[in-house]
Design a protein around this ligand. Sequence first.
Ligand SMILES: [Zn+2]
Length: 294
Amino acid sequence: MPLTDRARIATSAGSPLPGEAIWQAVSRDGTHPMQTERAVHLLPLPALADNYIWLLHDDNGQAIVVDPGQSAPVEHALIKHGWQLRAILLTHHHDDHIGGVAGLLANHPVPVYAPDDARIPSASVHVADRGHVRLAAPQVDFEVIAVPGHTRSHVAYYGAGVLFAGDTLFSLGCGRLFEGTPAQMLTSLDRLATLPGDTQLCCAHEYTVANGRFAQTVEPGNTALAARLAEVRRLRDNHQPSLPVSLASELATNPFLRIDVPAVIDWCRRHHQPPADRTARFACLRAAKDVFHA
Ligand SMILES: [Zn+2]
């Protein structure tokens, strides 16, 4: 991980508007002897049925957007806050993640970073595993992490203490395997799990309550999970997003990041999985979630 992007996360001062909770990350530029700090902030924009389009901006109003499935919510936020769009980052080709790109490009001639996939024709800069997206404004250096599983070319972006995970890692869950194998998805999640615990996980869907119901069937005795689910229900009752969430919280609560924990191994054993095969355990867990109805 780029040490210059290790970040301290704090809630921003002041009261966020309903539905507009803003988080602040202060990135430290290790290349400067004075360790200058620049703040970036996150704003999740609800879109479509249950998507979040993530806007990240700095104190000068320079903004980027991740996975704009629609253009209208992004345009509305840019105008409302007086921000200037400087780049578009895409995690994968699904229409609810790229559907707003053409509309945004019509008004904002900005680079579009995306994996090399013919199904993302709007890409202007192709990204690849372990490459970087270095932006001048907002000044953030994102590391690209290939995370095949949900789709074969899915990538995640990590920088300024923030992880844009698309449809790979959700709070209390993970993405469906449309194109990849369980082994690929498990490797992808294993890589994300090595990021610092204070990493702020930004997922592309508000699935947390439904994911939590399934997670509790796997680990009914997990008190951290129960506390997180209670917090999420309170947030959702107040029309607040359940995201971002720290990776440390997910490591304590998300069964798909906990397949080596005894309680989850026991659950897999009860579902007739050989305890020594962690890929089989992951596949069993994912298959059970696919057919789970709360
Ligand atoms: Zn998707």
